[in-house]
Design a protein around this ligand. Structure first.
Ligand SMILES: Nc1nc2c(ncn2[C@@H]2O[C@H](COP(=O)(O)OP(=O)(O)OP(=O)(O)O)[C@@H](O)[C@H]2O)c(=O)[nH]1
Ligand SMILES: [Mg+2]
Ligand SMILES: [Zn+2]
Length: 345
């Protein structure tokens, strides 16, 4: 790249904001493009203001694994010596025994990409929205493949607005070009965006359509649940922002806190104060306003069912991740089974 930029404007082009770290003397600030094993590809701002790509070894003493979007400092030998504290992070549930896995760091916007081919999947919209809110970044919902609907996705967009209230909903198609300009407006200069959606939703196709790139996409008609994109990678946009393309995620991998659930299930959160008990579980409790709304049809029953599932998953993960709570649960179960044994005598 040979644009004449000052080091600061070069960093801004990489998505650097005032809240991000300033480089210490003797080190250079760089952004992780992709991480593989003991190395990272990074983009750094040279003193003449140009952006330069490097492959940097990771210092073995580094306490955290860098991910795409991380700000890192390169030592005099060019190795990654520190990973800066992360602003918003997108995470998913790790495999058993692990905590959460960080998918992208220092993001401003999460584009939830849900395909319209085969019909709008309500649960997917709800679950991925929870995950997006939990990141601390601003979510937006992209309904991809709008060309597969009869009305350019208008009906699905109206339905999606109720499923994930308060966020922009954009029907788009890379076939017809619908919605691409609106989408571009969401990827403003200096902002960092990550795409979150299932495999085959058309994330990489969107990147290609927006930027004229030719990253690999699934060949038409191919199915079988394999990921086409296999790395998490940061792409510089002509608009001056950055876009992270990551492998597809299953909406069952959601890991989030209760407040992110309330951000999406605003209808349930608004009804809860009218329940008789302040700690109402909306599950057979006496005087429950939420269940009453589900009975009369003002609240879709499917929505309450997804809410219950998410609460169960949060509680389960809490116990798994928090040993104290786990011990508490064990004690409770011991007491219960003791009581049961006593009752049997
Ligand atoms: N009809 C239609 N098909 C599309 C559209 N966008 C993408 N596709 C097709 O959907 C398939 C999957 O697209 P990809 O871009 O590889 O999907 P992805 O979300 O990146 O998938 P992973 O990399 O596996 O996470 C490809 O065959 C695309 O041609 C669209 O707007 N309309
Ligand atoms: Mg892809
Ligand atoms: Zn209730």
């Amino acid at each position: 790249m040979t644009d004449t930029l000052t080091p600061t404007s070069a960093l801004t082009h990489l998505g650097w904001t005032d809240g991000d770290p300033h480089p210490a003397t003797g080190t250079a600030l760089a952004r992780v493009v992709v991480h593989h094993g003991t190395r990272c590809e990074v983009l750094a701002a040279a003193s003449d203001g140009t952006l330069t790509a490097h492959t940097a070894d990771i210092a073995p003493t580094l306490p955290v694994t860098p991910v795409a979007g991380d700000w890192v400092e390169l030592g005099p030998d060019g190795r990654v010596v520190t990973v800066a504290a992360r602003r918003a992070i997108l995470t998913r549930a790790g495999s058993a025994g692990q905590g959460r896995q960080v998918l992208a760091a220092n993001i401003d916007t999460v584009l939830i990409v849900v395909p319209l081919a085969g019909g709008l999947n309500a649960t997917m919209v709800e679950r991925l929205s929870v995950m997006a809110w939990d990141s601390g970044a601003q979510p937006a919902l992209v309904l991809s493949k709008s060309d597969t609907t009869h009305d350019g996705g208008a009906r699905d967009a109206a339905a999606a607005e109720l499923l994930s209230p308060g966020i922009p909903v954009l029907p788009v198609s890379v076939r017809t070009g619908e919605g691409l300009d609106t989408l571009r407006a969401h990827l403003g200069p200096g902002t960092t965006t990550v795409m979150l959606g299932p495999s085959g939703a058309g994330k990489t196709s969107l990147l290609n359509a927006l930027e004229g790139t030719s990253e690999a996409v699934a060949s038409t008609g191919r199915s079988g649940g394999r990921h086409t994109t296999t790395t998490r990678r940061l792409h510089l946009l002509a608009s001056g922002g950055v876009l992270l393309d990551i492998p597809g995620i299953r909406s069952l991998e959601v890991a989030a806190g209760r407040s992110a659930v309330d951000d999406v299930f605003t209808d349930i959160a608004a009804l809860a104060p009218y329940c008789r008990y302040t700690d109402c579980g909306h599950d057979g409790d006496l005087g429950c306003a939420v269940e009453e709304a589900a009975r009369t049809g003002t609240l879709p029953a499917a929505r309450l069912a997804t809410w219950h599932k998410l609460q169960g998953e949060i509680a389960y993960r809490r116990r798994r991740e928090d040993p104290a709570e786990m011990a508490d649960t064990r004690r409770q179960w011991k007491a219960v089974s003791k009581q049961a044994r006593r009752n049997r005598r």
